[in-house]
Design a protein around this ligand. Sequence first.
Ligand SMILES: [Zn+2]
Length: 376
Amino acid sequence: MKRIVAMLALPLLALASICTAATTPATTAAPLKTRNVVLIVLDGLRWQEVFAGADATLMNEQYGGSWESEAQLATRFGNPELQQRREQLMPFLWKVIGKQGQIYGNQKLGSVAQVVNDYASSYPGYSEMSIGHADPTIIDNAERYNPNLNVFEWLNQQPDLKGKVGIVGSWHLYREIFNTPRSKLYIQAGGTPPPMSSPPTPRDELLTRLYKTTLALEDGDVTDSFVQVTLLDYLHAAHPRVLFVGYGDTDEWAHSGRYDQLLESAHKSDSFAQELWETMQSMPQYRDQTTFIITTDHGRGSGLVDWKEHGRVEQPGSENIWLAIIGPDTPPLGELHDVPPVKQAQIAATIAALLGSDFRSAEPRAATPLNFRSAP
Ligand SMILES: [Zn+2]
């Protein structure tokens, strides 16, 4: 096991140096318009589904474990034309970001997005994207506080952003990943209901009751519909300027071997991202000055079986991800092709760069930001 990991490290180092050479921080261009940044993660959603839409070989009971009928699935997600098929699955991503933003990671068109950590699992991925590098001691999802400085914590220390940075998501482990006891970031994560107002409203009581009585696929977590309610509540109450949003259903349904529900949850997460985008665009504080980055923490295996699981060694290809960006400072390049590779570790410094800050001044190990302001 150790030897395999060591062998993998060499090509990764090569990739890291290519990326460093291919991307430079944006420093000389016109002033940035972005004043708010949102990072949205759709846990474990593969680049294959993002760029090609639903896979016909898995829309069945035999390989996809689907309960929904094949005919129904084909109608909902199986359009024979690629562009229409991927729009069926993720209409916001393709009809809005695909036209007004940028989407990296379609390997069939020469655009590669990858994690640099050796594990291609969740904690290492969320850590990499928020601390800007792969901590070799973070190897799995064990519950422990992340010892590294993350970009959200660092931004929250800046006077104009203090108290304006929040973490909202379905996974209880975000507490450890973002080390909220130390970072003092606002967090609403996992199956813990949000605090009720005093005296509690009937809505508070109902939401708390549903938190406590709804089964999640994984103990300690909530399904994404709960994330969306608490996210919009937080947005309206606190007007955050930097936001992390973690949706987990896509990963849970894939592990459950239910391709039909995986498709439904990808579609639902896309609509949640769209709802957040449209809500923010309707608010003066956010309109035309907010950038979204949407990505995943890891890929998964391929073929008729390995789509369910992920891991760099066990399911080859799990290191491959995708990344979308939309906002007032990112030209509408659409789906990128024939571009240098990008890596998950670049997300941390990109979030800071969008707000005019250099995360690498605090964390020199962080990868350089994406060159988001011009064609790569
Ligand atoms: Zn997983």
